[in-house]
Design a protein around this ligand. Sequence first.
Ligand SMILES: C=C(O[C@@H]1C=C(C(=O)O)C=C[C@H]1O)C(=O)O
Length: 363
Amino acid sequence: MSESPVNLDELRNRIDAIDSEILRLISERAMCAQTVAQVKTADDPQAVFYRPEREAQVLRRIMALNTGPLDSEEMARLFREIMSACLALEQPVKVAYLGPEGTFTQQAALKHFGESAKSLPMAAIDEVFREVEAGAVNYGVVPVENSTEGVVNHTLDSFMDSSMKICGEVVLRIHHHLLVSSTTRQDKISRIYSHPQSFAQCRKWLDAHYPQAERVPVSSNAEAARLIKTEWHSAAIAGDMAAKLYGLDRIAEKIEDRPDNSTRFLIIGHEDVPMSGDDKTSLVVAMRNQPGALHDLLEPFHRHQIDMTRLETRPSRTGAWNYVFFIDFKGHVDQPEVAAMLEEVRVRSAEVKVLGSYPQGVL
Ligand SMILES: C=C(O[C@@H]1C=C(C(=O)O)C=C[C@H]1O)C(=O)O
């Protein structure tokens, strides 16, 4: 064998030295974060350590500074975990999510808060709201829209009855796999379990590959994964977390019909979040039932050049033909032009409820 041009031992010694340095710096950072916690509690013993706007700024700064060879998202993910561990030193963030364990919502919760957060599965979206409202957890994570299937009505409806604030958003690329257990007869699959949204997102693939199999809708992908453990003729459609949790094999990967399939989740909590420099705001607006109402509502957004990113209509539940609008736009309520626009919308509408201003999803 020819002599390698670089000396492996030398390189490994260098890596060891770099690791010692990284270790020292991470510990120094953790001590700094501990001091921040002391400063925060000195002012207010009930202070919440977690600051969504600051975390978004830290991650954005790292991504802007990064020059490779690791890509910026990968680098931000590493820093996400460092921050999560630093925060957990003081007080692990407790997060309720739409369960069961192994769902995409849990994946979204961990992506947003890092692996050191304590995540607790809830059986339904309104339970997530209730748990946050009761103060049993610091934050909640619920799905709100999918790029293929549209809005999660249950989440929007929950906001109408709740005083919870939106403190953040997280977008997750959703990859579905066809999963089987070690005892499944792969040539005899006659039944496939999944959540109705997942079936809808994989419809074409299923029509092409398993046209004869019975599609059985269940309450979550994780539940689908759990069920097939004992059925030799069944498969499940679910994501990586569920596959790992139940020790299942992927016989077909990334079977979603659209390669850009993603779901947006909202983080709900008690506090208003200060500006991070790149924020979004969500509103619910009830309009008076009169001609031109929608035009009147949209006109101030246009005039103040505010970028609306979403507009959804839902029945208001107060009268047979009254509607409310869920609106997302870029900007924060503390920005003067946003405040001016909101004032005009208030005058023109029956009711405006600001659900929250929060940092745009970073990762
Ligand atoms: C250290 C702070 O507290 C927490 C920890 C952070 C960090 O590790 O960088 C950032 C924001 C907070 O969630 C802070 O507010 O600066």
